[in-house]
Write a protein of this length. Sequence first.
Lengths: 92, 255
Amino acid sequence: MSLISKCLTSAAIAGAIAAASASVTAPAAAAEQEKCYGVALKGQNDCAAGSHSCAGHSTVDYDGQSFKLVPAGTCTTMETPNGMGSLEPKST
Amino acid sequence: MPSLSEVQAAFSAAIFDPAAAPPRGVVGPDRRPAPRRFGVYRNNVVSALGNAIAGSFPAVRRIVGEDFFRAMARAYVLAEPPISPVLLDYGTTFPDFIAGFAPAASLPYLHDVARIERLWRESYHAEEAPALAPDALASVPEDELPRIAFSLHPSLRLARSRYAALTVWRMNATDEPVTPVDISAAEDALIVRPGAEVEVRKVPPGGAAFVTALAAGETLLAAAETAQAADARFDLAGNIAGLLAAGALRDIRRA
């Protein structure tokens, strides 16, 4: 029996379960929540393939191959200047 | 004369290869090849699939901006066209694609945010099921508790990250203003839909290993040991309370 097993006796587990059960109130009954079947999540059913959007009418979309773009959305304001994130090259 | 399936395969291949010539037989009213007409068709297909990706990954889109996202989605559509006719399933591999997409390498957390969005959608469309009532455990005799196992809620998903992907996702899941984030703190997210709404919660230390072990069918005792070994800060009571409150558990399975 490992050291950890000794710590986790059935009494300890029972205590943890009791503490856990006592601290949780029942979530709202599922019956009170009604999922709206048939209502598509935005962007999933309303993006019908072959729809004649203006964007799709041109013969050539902007050139995604010459990839000069850099991320320009909220990432530019969200990260801490000294965070390890934005400047760290990916390891993969 | 090529068979219909050969014609279709050639047509499909030409759609997702912008450098390819229009397939044979694509002609205008003058019976001559119509590369511009085919170009419109190709662009519509790629554009529409890009719209589907944009609709499925709104936070990633907000993080990188519209131009970058459109270009990245286009690269994905051309590299990995749908393999299923179900548009809902399209984009399953987009997080992995982002992880290997060099222009996005400056945002190492981005593919983890994409994974949260993908798993959110899986959870949303998962089977309906009632969650285990919080007081159900009280009916199990104390000496049996270590040996019980759980079946987990069918909508339960776990998104692990070396970065603060959950915080980043939450901040970009709405249109609210963003604030600086220290992305260096690892965060695991628990995604579950016990009722109508998908709920996303931060997993406490050791919790991901705990849930993974439970999902594998381990007993409560074995899963707790696994979690403690994974992270010494693991708190059994807190984790069980968290799973009960989240509606992450479905049934108790007794040995």
